[in-house]
Design a binder for this molecule. Structure first.
Ligand code: AMP
Length: 195
């Protein structure tokens, strides 16, 4: 029986450096295609806001531009996927960010008979993302968006730990490269044909 196939939750990943526009585009795509949008950065900031001991630990990493533990963030996301298996689809924004996370996700999805539809890779150069993050930092209260050395640290983490995922997903034939420079609307129009 193929029922499972057409009822299966669709999983999209918005990929790219910090400031590449993942959150903006994911929110627009979620609205247009009636998908859920989950940002791991938002999930972690909610935990920080709760003031829990775990939140304090997370805060000490986020504020210096380091990644939180692979197991911790992967379990948070996988738990949420399992709880929402009946929904039509989700967009993951900011996850996975390391090869270990991608592998944990892959194994968990296989167990649930789910798979990633597409990984949308937003390509933006570093100078542009630094300008975008500083602009965002001027209107948000995100400390990690306001300090240039923290931003550079996040970009360094992206280069060494996250960027290798491009090859990984290329290999899995799910990767779509999108030119991430230009207006929000133009970028959106480059992505939608892939949905
Ligand atoms: P973002 O809002 O996606 O820019 O994420 C803000 C911060 O949250 C990052 O700099 C990391 O410290 C942390 N974070 C978000 N997503 C992840 C993830 N998938 N793995 C590890 N840390 C993450």
């Amino acid at each position: 029986m193929q029922i499972q196939n057409y009822l299966r939750m669709k999983i999209y990943i918005l990929f790219g450096a910090p400031g590449a526009g993942k959150g903006t585009q994911a929110a627009m795509l979620a609205q247009k295609y009636k998908l859920l949008h989950w940002s791991t950065g938002d999930m972690l900031r909610a935990e920080v806001k709760s003031g829990s001991p775990l939140g304090k630990e997370i805060d000490s990493l986020i504020s210096v531009g380091k990644l939180v533990n692979d197991q911790l963030i992967s379990q948070m996301v996988i738990q949420k996927i399992i709880e929402h298996k009946a929904v039509e689809g989700i967009i993951l924004d900011g996850f996975p960010r390391t090869l270990a996370q991608a592998q944990i996700l892959h194994q968990a999805l296989e167990k649930e008979h789910l798979k990633i539809e597409k990984v949308i890779n937003l390509e933006v150069n570093h100078e542009e993302v630094i300008q975008r993050i500083l602009l965002r930092g001027s209107t948000s209260n995100r400390a990690d968006d306001q300090d240039e050395s923290t931003i550079r640290q996040r970009l360094q983490v992206y280069e060494t730990q996250t960027k290798p995922l491009i090859d990984y997903y290329q290999h899995q034939k799910t990767l779509i490269n999108i030119e991430g420079m230009g207006s929000i609307e133009d970028i959106f129009n480059r992505i939608t044909p892939h949905f």
